[in-house]
Design a protein around this ligand. Structure first.
Ligand SMILES: NC(=O)c1ccc[n+]([C@@H]2O[C@H](COP(=O)([O-])OP(=O)(O)OC[C@H]3O[C@@H](n4cnc5c(N)ncnc54)[C@H](O)[C@@H]3O)[C@@H](O)[C@H]2O)c1
Length: 330
C-alpha cells in the first residue's frame, strides 16, 4: 500500500466512522484517486436537491455506481414520488437484463431516501450529515439561490461541497452569496444521466482545488468521464448545442421544413441519434428557453435571441416529453 493511499485510507476510516460506516462498505469509492490532493475527502453521503429527470438520474448513478447514501430533496411531494418510482423501475429493468441481482436492487433502493425541502425536522436531521450536495432544480437563478439558502439554514457544514447541475447559469454568480464560495462548483450531467458518459465540470472564479479534487473523485466513482469548461455562459456543451436547437425552431417557425423533415435531415444527414427538435422535447423546452435567455443576456449578442415559437410553446405549457406535448405529441 502506498503511503498516500495509507494516509487516505486512515483519514477516510476516521471520517466514515463518524457516520457509522466501514470503509469496505464503499468499495472502490473508498480509494483516493492518485490525481487528487491529500486534502480532498471523498463524500459518503450525497444530497440531491430537485428530483426531476436529472436529479433522479444523478441519484441513480450515485447509489448504483458510487454506492454512497443519497438523500433526495424536492419542494414537491409528487416529484419525490415520481423519482422513487423512476429509480425502482430503472433498477427492475437492470435486473431483468441480468445487470443487477434482486439483492442488489434492494441494497440500491435502501441507499436512497427522500424528504420534502419544507420538512424542517427532516432537513435539520439530514442536511448537516451531507458531505456533498448537487442541486438539480429548475434552471432559474433565484430558485437555485433559494435552495442554497435553505441548505445553509438547515445546517449544511462549511466543508460540504455545493455543486450545481445548471446548464448555463454562472457558477461564480451562484457562489457569490454562499458562505464559503470556494466550495461551489458546476457539475453538468448529460441527459439521460444513467446512460450518458460525460459530466462537464465547471470551476467558478473562487472554486478551490480541494473542491475540484473531491468533485472529480465523485465523477470517477459514478463511472463517468469528465471535461472541464471555463465559467462562461452555456459552458462548452450548451454554448454550442442550444443555438443549434434554437436555429431548428426558427427553421420550423419560418416553414423551412416540417418538424419531421428538420429532424430527419439532421439525424440522417449528420449521423446524430436524434434530430434537434426531438432532442429539445427530450431536454425540456423550458430548460432550452432558460439557457437561450442566459446566452442572450450574458453574451449580449442578438444571434442568441430565443426563437419566438420556443417562447410560445413554453407559455402554452408545452414543455416537451415531460408534459407529453412539445414539437411532438407523446
Ligand atoms: N433536461 C436536461 O436535459 C438537462 C441536462 C443537463 C442539465 N440540466 C439542468 O438540470 C436542472 C434540472 O433540470 P430537469 O430537466 O431535471 O428539470 P425538471 O423540471 O425535470 O426537474 C426540476 C425539479 O426541481 C424541482 N423544484 C422546482 N423548484 C424547486 C424548489 N424551489 N425547491 C426544490 N425543488 C424544486 C421540481 O419539483 C422538479 O422535481 C436544470 O438546472 C437544468 O438546466 C437539464
Amino acid at each position: 500500500m502506498s503511503s498516500a493511499w495509507a494516509l487516505c485510507a486512515s483519514r477516510r476510516a476516521v471520517r466514515l466512522s463518524q457516520y457509522g460506516l466501514r470503509p469496505e462498505a464503499l468499495g472502490s469509492w473508498s480509494r483516493c484517486s492518485s490525481s487528487s490532493s491529500a486534502s480532498a475527502s471523498a463524500p459518503v453521503r450525497l444530497g440531491v436537491v430537485g428530483c426531476g429527470q436529472m436529479g433522479a438520474g444523478i441519484a441513480i448513478v450515485a447509489a448504483r455506481h458510487a454506492q454512497i447514501e443519497v438523500v433526495g430533496l424536492d419542494a414537491y411531494p409528487a416529484s419525490l414520488d415520481r423519482a422513487r418510482q423512476f429509480m425502482k423501475d430503472w433498477a427492475d429493468k437492470e435486473a431483468k437484463k441480468g445487470r443487477m441481482s434482486s439483492e442488489e436492487v434492494v441494497a440500491f433502493m435502501g441507499r436512497v431516501k427522500f424528504h420534502e425541502l419544507g420538512d424542517s425536522a427532516a432537513m435539520k436531521a439530514e442536511v448537516p450529515r451531507l458531505d456533498f450536495v448537487i442541486e438539480a432544480v429548475s434552471e432559474n437563478l433565484d430558485t437555485k439561490r433559494a435552495v442554497f439558502d435553505a441548505l445553509q439554514s438547515a445546517g449544511l457544514r462549511a466543508d460540504s461541497v455545493l455543486a450545481s447541475n445548471t446548464s448555463s447559469i454562472s457558477i461564480t454568480k451562484l457562489a457569490a452569496q454562499v458562505e464559503r464560495p470556494e466550495r461551489v462548483i458546476g457539475m453538468h450531467f448529460m441527459n439521460p444521466v444513467p446512460v450518458m458518459p460525460l459530466v462537464e465540470v465547471i470551476r467558478g472564479l473562487r472554486t478551490d482545488q480541494t473542491t475540484l479534487d473531491t468533485t472529480l473523485n465523485l465523477v470517477t466513482a459514478m463511472k463517468k468521464e469528465h471535461s472541464t469548461s471555463a465559467d462562461r455562459p452555456g459552458f462548452i456543451a450548451n454554448r454550442i448545442l442550444m443555438p443549434y436547437i434554437n436555429e431548428a425552431v426558427f427553421a420550423l417557425q419560418e416553414g423551412v421544413g416540417t418538424a419531421e423533415d428538420i429532424d430527419k435531415t439532421l439525424r440522417l444527414g449528420t449521423n446524430v441519434p436524434m434530430g434537434p427538435l426531438t432532442l429539445a422535447d427530450f431536454i425540456g423546452l423550458d430548460t432550452c428557453l432558460s439557457i437561450m435567455q442566459v446566452l442572450h443576456r450574458d453574451l449580449g449578442d442578438s444571434k442568441y435571441r430565443p426563437a419566438p415559437l420556443l417562447v410560445n410553446y413554453v407559455e402554452a405549457g408545452w414543455l416537451g416529453k415531460k408534459t407529453k406535448r412539445g414539437f411532438y405529441a407523446y
